[in-house]
Design a binder for this molecule. Sequence first.
Ligand code: ADP
Length: 479
Amino acid sequence: MLNKKIKIVFIGAELNPLIKVGGLADVMGALPKALSKLGVEVLIILPFYGSLNKKLYPSKLVKANLKLADTKISFAVYQTLLAKTKIKILLIKNKLFDRQEIYLDQNKLQDTERFAAFSKCAVEAIKVLNLKPDLVHCHDWHTALVPTILDEYSLSDKNFANIPTLLTIHNLASQGLSTLELVDYLALNKKLTPALMEDYYDDQDKLELLKIGILSADAINAVSPTYAQEILTKKYGAGLEVYLQRRQKNLSGILNGIDTDVFNPQTDKAIAKKYNVNNFVKYKPVNKQALQAKLNLSVLDVPVFALISRLVSQKGLDILKPCWEALLKQDLQIIILGTGEKKYEEEFRILNKKYPAKFKAVLKFDADLAQQIYAGSDFFLMPSSFEPCGLGQLISMRYGTIPIVRATGGLKDTVRHKKTGFVFSDYNHQALAKVCDLALNIFQQPKAMQKMIKAAMLQDFSWDKSSQAYLKLYKKLIK
Ligand code: ADP
């Protein structure tokens, strides 16, 4: 093993920049790049979704067949490279994935079957292309069945004997619910797969892909050390805590990084005035003024609080609700960018009308505006009820915007109270209001505020550290 290049196959449902719904895509895109800098060879297997531009990916490698529900299906494997890298992406083409949406109905039967079929196609691709990986790294419920399928393949093919597997949990909220019919649909060999069989007998008519993955992968990791601890408890375990507790010895937490080339106030083309840790005092206010003007807010040196998020209660929208009007009584401004649940969007439309000079909610997805808000605000609100890792707080610190977060998951691991941000524990609006007061207070003390901004901007949230941690874990699993 010493001098041989380690070869890892990633199998997952999303990949930035090809196709993204959430943080899973960011990890699938950024971690392989960081690993290849460490000398690891990574191949990524992804469904060939109908929304991908077919003209960009013309290179067909191979055609293959497998059995699904008593019928043979055929699929093709296309190959492309991750932008500006030599990292190979293998796209699995079959009509199951050839549609505009990635997810038809998260966690519903049809999707579970599609991604279980994708998992089997991915393993078959490993076989027909003779990839011989040292380890297979799968992600979330979509590919949680991969360790089971690899076990099945090892029965008839010695190349599949003892390939170690790692399952990364990006979010426990979706678990991939299915029925026993899936076993026949995938033509799985029941006797060989204890984890599958346990689920099979546990609950007479349902299977849960993520549970099977947790029980069968050689190791499991969550995307922050605190989330890895929290999911062992009933409060955060989403019903899977008992299985995670059983695997506790093989469970770890590795923090996600951010792409520090993309999120860089010194080179960001989307913002009004580029800046860095040495000149933010002079240039960050230029971004604030440009942002206020763009959003038709009064151009004033008052504290600006921002929120960029999916508008769902997980992100603390329910405890923020009683805070908005109380905050708006003071001399400050609030900027919101997001889409989500109707009740929150409606609430923000009302506040937009009531406070036109100091409250602005933009209810859409807009990557450039997001960068402008990160650059032009003073405080970033992220009071989540749970947060596997969270990117918003990392980006905001990189842009010198002080995060206000609840002590949970990756937020707890990355923000230090009164040093790089403000942190509160109890999930209620009173506790949140208290730290907002602390923020307003520090805003009145420019020297103290600048010290915090500097400390936040100097944090290292690149993938360098985390990719080392993944490499260490891979090496432990590859004997
Ligand atoms: P999650 O993956 O749970 O939605 P994260 O904080 O991990 O939350 O990642 C969310 C990412 O999406 C952040 O980079 C955030 O800036 C971005 N984002 C969320 N909503 C919007 C929006 N409406 N427009 C632009 N970017 C957004």
